[in-house]
Design a protein around this ligand. Structure first.
Ligand code: CS2
Ligand code: MG
Length: 403
């Protein structure tokens, strides 16, 4: 979902309004409640527009509202850059780094496949790799394609080529959620063995990450974080559902494995305790879902006060517009940690001409004014929207769980 804002002077800006599985809600929110308020407003009043859309909504926060606000905010910052003739990172305060450390998504149906896929990413120059593997007895667990990574697939190949491996799931045939099953015991048994093998196969230099994807209870998360300590992960992500911020105190009591959280957050209020109490090491909240650059800049500064670093969500359900804005932010932000990078499909990249690039394990934003990403609306018209929803997960007894 992409928002395009045009000014009377002919300048235009793009914002990403993607909210995977709930995109029509954001489209309706924009069309019905936001766009009518933008007509005739001064595009240069970025902060006032943010405050108007946030305070004026009365019903504050939430993923739909904050994604809609983010789309407007990023489009206005894009316009400002174009009118100033400056790349976005210059408007934020200039370069803090030449390149932005990126991590890719390796996976496999078993440890063997996952380690081989990790090796492909290392050969392709990645310095950091997230690794997920199949769980014995569980069909279609998050992050692992049932068909495996097609042998010989180039690392970082677009999500379609990797049969959903990159995106972490395989779209359901229908628009309704695919049903998956979850059981913690086999997962808690195989994941430490996976990382033991990865360290044995690939050594200690490569940064390794893992995404528990909200599926563990606090004590299970504490156990996994403890059991992974010997393998020195860069981070363990979404160890337990993060709206229960106090739960992370238990994990911290048992392990020094770094923790990352926040891709499902949409405002600073969602993670205030996690950051103030230093319960996490990286905050993943993406520009597209948390009110845009204007709010995430405040969040990053608050995190910096507590030595928490950024690690933006960068899955392929966030568009190249979000990635473009994120890379300019990553280039500026002093407390940068890492950027998730899943290359989009060829079709998506055709729709979004962009000037960022991946080289030698790092991402580099371009120097074009604004965030450097455009849209080819004729190309976009060739790919009509088809509704999809994210998978759901159930426990063996049939009760609902977190996917
Ligand atoms: C995952 C995401 O990339 C990640 O860390 O958590 O792929 C997530 O599953 C999707 O963004 C959900 O739409
Ligand atoms: Mg994740």
């Amino acid at each position: 979902m992409t928002l395009k804002i045009e000014t009377r002077s002919g300048a235009y800006g793009l914002g990403d309004a993607t909210l995977n599985g709930r995109e029509l809600a954001v489209a309706a929110y924009l069309e019905q409640h936001v766009v009518p308020n933008l007509i005739g407003r001064d595009a240069g009043r970025i902060e006032d527009t943010w405050q108007f859309l946030y305070r004026g909504a009365y019903w504050r926060r939430g993923p739909v509202t904050m994604t809609a606000i983010a789309a407007v905010d990023v489009a206005l910052w894009d316009i400002l850059g174009k009118l100033a003739g400056l790349p976005l990172y210059r408007l934020l305060g200039g370069r803090s780094r030449e390149g932005v450390l990126a991590y890719g998504h390796a996976s496999g149906r078993d440890i063997e496949e996952a380690s081989a896929d990790t090796g492909r990413y290392i050969e392709a120059g990645y310095r950091a790799v997230r690794v997920q593997c199949g769980i014995p007895g569980l069909k279609k667990p998050y992050g692992v394609p049932s068909s495996g990574s097609a042998p010989g697939t180039k690392p970082g190949a677009d999500a379609a080529t990797r049969t959903g491996a990159g995106s972490g799931y395989e779209p359901a045939e229908s628009a309704l959620p695919a049903e998956t099953f979850w059981s913690a015991a086999p997962y808690l048994e195989i994941v430490p063995r996976l990382f033991e093998r990865l360290r044995a196969d690939h050594g200690s230099e490569i940064e390794l990450l893992h995404d528990a994807h909200h599926r563990l209870t606090p004590v299970e998360a504490a156990r996994l974080a403890r059991d992974l300590e010997p393998y020195r992960l860069f981070w363990l992500e979404d160890a337990t559902p993060a709206e229960d911020q106090q739960a992370f105190e238990l994990i911290r009591q048992h392990s020094v494995t770094p923790l990352a959280v926040g891709e499902v957050f949409n405002s600073m209020w969602d993670c205030k305790h996690l950051i103030e109490a230093r319960l996490i090491d990286y905050i993943r909240t993406a520009i597209v879902h948390a009110g845009g650059i204007t709010h995430v800049r405040r969040l990053a500064d608050f995190a910096a006060l507590h030595q928490v670093r950024t690690g933006f969500h960068g899955a392929t359900d966030l568009s190249p517009v979000c990635m473009g804005a994120a890379l300019h932010f990553d280039t500026w932000v002093p407390n940068f940690g890492i950027q998730e990078y899943m290359p989009h499909t060829e079709q998506t990249l055709e729709v979004f001409p962009r000037d960022y690039r991946f080289h030698d394990g790092q991402l580099h934003c371009g120097e074009r004014p604004g965030h450097g990403v455009d849209i080819d609306e004729r190309a976009a018209a060739r790919f009509p929207y088809s509704p999809k929803q994210l998978p759901i997960a159930r426990l063996p007894d049939g009760s609902m769980w977190d996917w």
